[in-house]
Ligand binder design. Structure first.
Ligand code: MG
Length: 337
């Protein structure tokens, strides 16, 4: 497959073209053992220290800056601490870089920064360094934010998208598509039922509950590209077949309705406060119980299992037929996070 000779919005979708860009442009040139782990954070040990660290970065360009359930500041904290949490790490510190368009109101900036401070407190993380750049009018759309995070991985915790094995269960921590549906509704003033709320939330507490309850092999937050894309990443990394049952996937009626109206498949719509956990069969009951006791995991459900076979995701539909579930193609929802 060829990369087009210009960057397209789809290269930022988190789907197939994003993966091709990462492989052919970035990984090809930067290749090293840490980068090639391919997880949400790079895991490393400082010389002979007993501590393993997790390290990650993400940039936020969501449009509009404010939407029901969140805003760009809340996303910028939650998204990055969640990528640390997906390695089982306790977040320690964040950096923040602001790219601000000349003319942005100070009130807007302060509102975003207030929201970041609240989210950081919620996530038990400190923002310890940062940078501010201002660009000409038109050179960016109001405000872009980058955050980078470091965290420490507790002893004995070993979580990676490459560890899924036949017999493991697939758990989703709650309803899918909430974030994407809320942002797209706010962006276009569709005025769909007022209950569309982003799920943006820090997942460190839920991950701690999971780690206490049993052994977890893989964790990943299904953000851009949605659940279907994230499951494909795990299938590729672990070289297994993932079988998902459509009837078991939690989805709110208002999100389902909005997706139907907008022609979107909720399996590909972004989440910002959900995780997929791959857990061994013997631990699944304990972990599911623990997740359901946490407000962020109250709707957790077992949605499928890992089987031996080629790397792929198969969906058993409501009608009982089985079809392959591919990575996101194209870009239906640009600038969703
Ligand atoms: Mg992630």
């Amino acid at each position: 497959m060829e990369i087009s000779n210009k960057i397209l919005l789809s290269h930022g979708s988190g789907g197939r073209l994003s993966h091709e860009l990462i492989e052919k442009v970035f990984k090809f040139r930067f290749s090293n053992a840490l980068l090639n782990q391919g997880d949400d954070s790079a895991e490393f040990r400082i010389r002979n220290s007993e501590f393993r660290m997790a390290f990650t970065t993400d940039t936020y360009v969501v449009k509009p800056l404010f939407f029901p359930g969140g805003d760009i500041g809340r996303l910028a904290v939650c998204g990055t601490v969640n990528d640390l949490a997906m390695k089982g790490a306790q977040p320690l510190y964040l950096s923040v870089g602001f790219i601000i368009e000349e003319g942005l109101s100070l009130e807007t900036l302060e509102k975003v920064v207030d929201s970041m401070a609240i989210a950081a407190k919620e996530a038990s993380v400190s923002i310890v360094t940062g940078d501010t750049k201002v660009v000409d009018k038109g050179a960016c759309d109001g405000l872009f934010i980058n955050t980078t995070g470091v965290g420490v991985i507790p002893e004995g915790v070993n979580v990676s998208g490459s560890l899924a094995a036949p017999g493991d269960a697939v758990i989703i921590s709650g309803s899918i598509g909430d974030h994407g549906a809320a942002v797209i509704n706010a962006r276009n003033n569709f005025g769909l039922s007022g209950n569309l709320l982003s799920d943006a939330a820090p997942l460190g507490g839920l991950v701690n509950a999971i780690l206490k309850a049993g052994k977890v092999k893989a964790l990943r937050d299904p953000t851009r590209g949605g659940m279907a894309t994230t499951l494909n990443e795990i299938a590729d990394q672990s070289k297994v077949t993932i079988n998902i049952e459509e009837g078991k996937i939690p989805i709110k009626p208002e999100v389902k309705g909005a997706c139907e109206m907008l022609g979107l498949d909720p399996l590909y719509v972004a989440n910002e406060g959900k995780l997929i956990a791959i857990v061994p069969g013997e631990d699944v009951d304990n972990i599911l119980k623990a997740m359901r006791q946490d407000p962020l995991g109250k709707d957790a459900a077992i949605i499928g299992k890992i089987e031996a076979g080629k790397p792929q995701v198969l969906l058993t539909t409501f009608l009982g037929s089985r079809r392959p579930l591919m990575m996101l193609e194209g870009e239906a929802l640009p600038r969703i996070c």
